[in-house]
Design a protein around this ligand. Structure first.
Ligand SMILES: [Cu+2]
Length: 133
């Protein structure tokens, strides 16, 4: 009996690793041109260097959007020089979508910025992103 429980524990832990899904981060890219994370007054993402991340995004359309139907963007910049991080330049359509990503390998301060002119408040659509060792 005890052994059976222990086995279950191992299996549960192994499933995400097998699928490479990693930690799930849920954000809302909202109609008021703000990123939101449940339970956080100021949204902020912290990940471990190189860890797999499944980003689940729910996007709600603001006052304006791109011709291709993208309503918000999400680009990761290095805070020190505002350079873009490869693989982290995303565009969102209305609704919920998922992105399988890998956290940057370099620990440090980053920033997420929106790349779609989603309203007159678009410039305020950003959030802190930290990579820990
Ligand atoms: Cu925006």
């Amino acid at each position: 009996m005890v052994m059976g429980i222990a086995l279950c524990g191992v299996i549960l832990i192994c499933i995400p690793a097998v699928h490479g899904e990693g930690r799930v981060i849920e954000i809302t890219a909202d109609s008021d041109s703000r990123y939101k994370i449940a339970g956080m007054r100021t949204p902020e993402i912290t990940v471990k260097a190189g860890e797999p991340v499944l980003l689940r995004v729910t996007a709600n359309r603001g006052k304006s959007w791109n011709r291709d139907g993208s309503i918000h963007g999400f680009t990761l910049l290095r805070a020190k020089d505002r350079s873009r991080v490869e693989g982290w330049d995303l565009l969102f359509k209305s609704g919920t979508q998922e992105f399988q990503l890998t956290a940057p390998s370099e620990p440090g301060a980053y920033e997420v910025v929106c790349t779609v002119i989603c309203s007159e408040d678009h410039e305020g659509m950003h959030m802190k992103f930290t990579v820990i060792p």
